[in-house]
Design a protein around this ligand. Structure first.
Ligand SMILES: *[C@@H]1O[C@H](CO)[C@@H](O)[C@H](O)[C@H]1NC(C)=O
Ligand SMILES: CC(=O)N[C@H]1CO[C@H](CO)[C@@H](O)[C@@H]1O
Length: 557
């Protein structure tokens, strides 16, 4: 449904409404009373036409900077390393290479600065530690056992630090997740049917642990279970989806707690069949759900090798992971999509963006770019959840990314389906641009609803299971307190169409009471435990009738 009742009404205001039309309008209105934003379809803006690298990996930091990096072995990038620095790596095409393969983007000044990674970060993984430090793991060649840390700063001098033998196994196409105790788990990677932790549990723990599920889901010719979709469940176990099915996994003792059914159709959804997945926004005492969307059907990878680009999957599977007998419920997207990114928006909607209509992930294997994002409203009735948004003009194919910003925009970058930087004479040239997608909730026509958080101050620390008083102001007018929500979103590490550690919590709340002229307060409860929200930084939003405030940073511990 693309129009709100108001818009339908305006469009028809020279026609005398018949009783039937009135009834229809009323039904539409009742059904859509809380989806005001569906009248507009989002806007695109080009932020920078050349950031020097192709944003293959992205992480938002609590300083409102985004760390991005691609690969060190692409050849020369379009941005020089700082202070005349160079690297020499004999495995690379450019020797020496005095260009940067990582940059920091500053949202406020809309500018970048080059950073220096010493070793190859290609197809790696990462997560923010509870103190806001980005820990990135693995990569290729000289980088495959390396752990790199980046401590956020605002003085524009901080840079990557490297721990040379930080990993027990080589990690290339692995997935990381932050754990309730503040460590990260690093799962899988090419030909790695195991997991390990960073930092290690004790100084004596110098090992990785086998994970049979990764053997079982591995098709040796296609390796269809890379970059598994990993989510921390509310019971402390990990939901791990690879290829076409999932397990619930106790990483403390290596036990598979439960096996989920194969996703209907049996098509693979993880790399290189690259669909995407999110833990749907959740509320205390409600079932936790996972949504897996898109991907490439069986045979697509071999097909692409032979120049046949099969249409992407147009289905999503949704599952309540803690039900006694969990079953996938299938839904159909407006179009098929492989290599899409799924981004949780502050109001609890899911944005599906980037990617292609046919082919698979891998060099030169994608076709038919999908320019239009789609919004998915998890709480709408099945059949009325998807809404197509306005398109951009830039193909965002293999190696594209998208992350949520504090102001509610979604930062989009990357796309390089080639082995090197190739800017000319190729299909889908290497892309060095950065764009922002502004969902319709940022449209000026909703300014009359937009809340603004007055307190707590950004960067406040909060505890678990505590009452949190949030004060906010709204534009003058009567506020309907029942339509106010407070949400908390974890900043994710995004690469290869999967946002590691992405989660959104609705905080359960009490009444909204006025405390001044157009100022209100709402008391909400912070999450009960690190299983629901691992310690660290989150963006906190006040949402009124689906229109989010600008976020503030809170640190939970
Ligand atoms: C892509 O870039 C590489 C490295 O610069 C170059 O050798 C190759 O010829 C380019 N491919 C095309 C199709 O231009
Ligand atoms: C491909 C590309 O974007 N090349 C750019 C590299 O940077 C210079 C300026 O520093 C531009 O002129 C090129 O267009």
């Amino acid at each position: 449904m693309k129009k709100t009742p108001t818009q339908t009404h305006h469009n028809n205001n020279n026609i005398l409404p018949s009783p039937l039309l009135l009834l229809l309008l009323l039904l539409l209105f009742l059904h859509h009373h809380n989806t005001l934003t569906s009248a507009a379809d989002g806007k695109w803006n080009l932020l920078l036409s050349n950031i020097g690298i192709s944003a293959m990996h992205m992480q938002l930091l609590p300083t409102d900077r985004i760390i991005m990096f691609d690969r060190t072995d692409y050849g020369l990038s379009n941005i020089s390393l700082p202070n005349g620095k160079c690297r020499i790596d004999l495995d690379e095409v450019a020797k020496p290479d005095c260009t940067a393969h990582s940059v920091e983007y500053d949202v406020v000044s809309n500018s970048i600065r080059p950073l220096m990674v010493l070793t190859n970060v290609w197809c790696s993984s990462g997560a923010l530690m509870p103190d806001g430090t980005l820990v990135q793991t693995g990569g290729f060649n000289n980088g495959d056992h390396v752990v790199r840390t980046y401590k956020p700063c605002t003085d524009r001098v901080c840079d990557w630090e490297e721990i040379t033998a930080g990993l027990k196994q080589r990690r290339w196409y692995a997935t990381n997740h932050i754990l309730p105790d503040g460590r990260q788990i690093i799962i899988g990677g090419r030909r790695q049917f195991n997991y390990e932790f960073f930092p290690k549990r004790t100084s004596l723990e110098d090992k990785s642990y086998n994970l049979r599920f990764l053997v079982e889901t591995n098709d040796p010719k296609i390796e269809n279970n890379l970059y598994p979709f990993v989510f921390l469940n509310g019971d402390g176990n990990l939901f791990i989806f690879a290829n076409n099915r999932a397990i619930l996994f106790n990483y403390n003792n290596g036990a598979v707690v439960r096996n989920y059914p194969v996703i209907p159709g049996g098509d693979p959804r993880t790399y290189p069949s690259t669909g995407s997945a999110v833990l749907l926004p959740f509320r205390k005492n409600f079932g936790i759900e996972v949504l897996v969307c898109g991907g490439a059907p069986k045979g697509a990878f071999v097909g692409a090798h032979n120049g046949k680009f099969m249409p992407a999957l147009n289905t999503c599977g949704r599952i309540r992971i803690n039900d006694p007998n969990p079953q996938w419920v299938m839904e159909t997207m407006p179009m098929g999509r492989v290599m899409g990114d799924m981004v949780l928006l502050p109001n609890g909607h899911v944005l599906i963006i980037n990617g292609a209509g046919s082919g698979t992930a891998g060099w030169e294997f994608g076709r038919d770019p999908i320019f239009s994002p789609v919004i998915y409203r998890p709480d709408n009735r099945i059949g009325s959840r998807f809404e197509v948004q306005n398109p951009n003009m830039t193909p965002r194919m293999y190696h594209s990314t998208a992350v949520l910003l504090r102001d509610g925009r979604v930062l989009v970058g990357g796309s390089n389906p080639h082995r090197y930087y190739n800017f000319t004479n190729v299909l889908f040239p290497t892309d060095l641009t950065l764009e922002a997608f502004s969902p319709s909730y940022l449209d000026p026509k909703f300014a009359y609803l937009r809340p603004r958080i007055v307190s707590p101050a950004s960067q406040s620390k909060i505890g678990y299971g505590q009452q949190l008083v949030v004060r906010f102001s709204t534009p003058p007018g009567r506020l309907d307190g029942t339509s106010v929500m407070v949400t908390m979103v974890a900043p994710s590490f995004t690469t290869h169409s999967f946002a590691m550690n992405q989660r959104l919590l609705f905080l359960s709340g009490g009444n909204v009471i006025p405390v001044g002229k157009s100022t209100y307060q709402v008391r909400v409860m912070t999450p009960d435990s690190g299983n629901l929200a691992p310690a660290g930084y989150y963006l906190l939003f006040v949402v009124y009738k689906d229109i989010p405030s600008e976020g503030i940073w809170v640190q939970i511990k």
